[in-house]
Design a protein around this ligand. Sequence first.
Ligand SMILES: C[S@@+](CC[C@H](N)C(=O)[O-])C[C@H]1O[C@@H](n2cnc3c(N)ncnc32)[C@H](O)[C@@H]1O
Length: 294
Amino acid sequence: MSHLFKAELDGCGCSQAIRYISSLLSAGSIENAWSEATRFVIHATQLDRTFLIANPDRAVSSDEAATLSGFVARRLAGEPITRILGFREFWNLEIEVAPDVLDPRPDSETLIEAALAELGSRKSEEIDLLDLGTGSGALLLAMLSECPRARGIGVDLSAKACELAARNARRNKLSDRAHILRGNWMESLDGRFDLIISNPPYIRAGDIGGLPPEVLNHDPILALNGGGDGLVAYSEIIRSLDKVLKPKGFAVLELGAGQAADVADLALRWGLKVGALHKDLGGIDRAIVLHNPG
Ligand SMILES: C[S@@+](CC[C@H](N)C(=O)[O-])C[C@H]1O[C@@H](n2cnc3c(N)ncnc32)[C@H](O)[C@@H]1O
């Protein structure tokens, strides 16, 4: 079908292309169709938004039409736009998104807000950060971008995630302060940290099959599967937190919907002090702060 889109797009003005692509995406029940269509045209033509507004009749070339028709076909087949474009914005950083690594979600920015609120003026000090399950590196890099004298380690079990996180560190000019390590949570680390941040896998194993295709078909199972009760990774991380946090250190963990009480119970059981809960923009408790009482 994509050859039909290509014929329609070849030679038409950019604004007409946006209208046409938007109508196709709307017909495919894709929300924000206009915005996605605009992003596709900007990406395929490599023109910026201001130029496009000033030059709405700039013609789409044959190569650009082929690229755009491929984008539309993939989007209509359920692939997320971030995976098609190969990057997303996270906390004002441009983060590359790659196959077999979780595409970071806007809700996870709640962890950055929570960590910065807890750090207060300490954010300008020389602090040591650890991001467990770093994936694309989004959380670690967002923190390093906010804390100019901090150093950080990002750990992931997935080799592909580690490669991507290292590329994202270079892309955002943070690689001098970001160290990426392959490993099982904090197993191979020595040293202690002022702040540990983590978005662990937290979907109950039995719920994975019911996830929307945009998630199920594109995000890796290692990044999603929280075991039978969804709490396996929390349990593995929380039981070792007191050994890797500095005495005044704290952790900020992402929560799945409805998991706040269970994660707080786990933390209390392992002798941690439970701090603030932070809600995401949808009003869901998304981040929990845990303090090392030692
Ligand atoms: C939900 S994803 C979070 C990725 C990234 N921090 C983010 O927020 O976009 C969880 C990450 O934990 C990693 N992971 C799963 N089990 C792990 C383990 N035992 N040790 C280290 N990392 C692990 C996965 O590979 C995945 O990258």
